[in-house]
Design a protein around this ligand. Structure first.
Ligand SMILES: Nc1ncnc2c1ncn2[C@@H]1O[C@H](COP(=O)(O)OP(=O)(O)OP(=O)(O)O)[C@@H](O)[C@H]1O
Ligand SMILES: [Mg+2]
Length: 233
């Protein structure tokens, strides 16, 4: 049987649910409501990749100031500044493309910035935070879909194992904001957050044997931990 190379996620308890990790060189969508742990999940993947597996990583944020991010992630013991100085990590901070608050950034600019910085550190892992923010200025879903495909094509070309973070609307029975994100990714992971529990669910992962239960998740001083087999309901 053909095997697919796996990239360890760095999230304790998760690899065992997905045959050892994310499929190498592919794109996985991580969706969840506000505060579900998406950014932590993404940075933990990059941190462990750089520190434990010698795989440099790039984090693209349209959501947060790099300094805020460094401080927040520092709480988990992840010194992103040091990693950046060592060329094992980089943050690409960009405004949402198009005319926002007088700043004009095009999708081309954003793709160029990602490409050149990823190449500069020889990135093997990339996390994009977030597709929900990227889509804000688009009134035409066809254009958003096209640009999302351009982003994904570039990530595939770079050969990186990538996570696209996005937001899950709280009020509805949908898993993504624009209802198109899940179609550009080969895998979809949902982070659940309710008043009673945090959880994780593998919705799809092509070429991977995985279960579809919701497993309990905890956010600790060292980041996200999955408790496989512990179901919240
Ligand atoms: N040391 C910690 N111990 C336990 N929980 C923590 C700790 N640090 C942060 N958290 C929890 O993690 C949440 C934030 O996680 P994160 O920023 O990764 O979520 P997010 O899904 O990216 O949020 P947003 O929707 O705002 O982008 C906080 O709201 C808090 O509940
Ligand atoms: Mg976030």
């Amino acid at each position: 049987m053909q095997t697919i190379d796996r990239v360890p996620t760095g999230i304790p308890g998760l690899d065992g649910l997905i045959e050892g990790g994310f499929p190498r060189g592919r794109i996985t969508l991580v969706t969840g409501s506000a505060g579900a742990g998406k950014t932590t999940f993404g940075i933990q993947f990059l941190w462990s990749g750089a520190v434990q597996h010698g795989e440099p990583g790039a984090f693209i944020t349209l959501e947060e100031e790099a300094l805020d991010l460094q401080q927040e992630m520092g709480r988990y013991g992840w010194d992103l500044k040091r990693l950046e100085e060592e060329q094992r990590f980089c943050i690409i901070q960009s405004p949402v493309p198009f005319e926002v608050a007088g700043v004009s950034v095009s999708m081309d600019d954003l793709l160029d910035a990602i490409h050149s910085k990823a190449v500069a550190i020889d990135a093997k892992r990339i996390v994009f935070d977030s597709v929900a923010a990227l889509g804000l200025p688009y009134s035409d879903p066809v254009r958003l879909r096209r640009d999302l495909h351009r982003l994904c094509a570039m990530l595939r070309e770079l050969g990186c194992t990538a996570l696209l973070l996005t937001e899950r609307p709280e009020e509805e029975n949908r898993i993504t904001r624009y209802d198109i994100e899940q179609f550009v990714a080969q895998g979809v992971i949902v982070l659940h957050l309710s008043r009673k529990y945090r959880g994780i669910e593998i919705r799809k992962m092509r070429g991977t044997k995985h279960d579809t239960n919701v497993h309990t998740v905890r956010i600790t001083d060292k980041g996200i931990v999955v408790n496989p087999g512990e179901h919240p309901f």
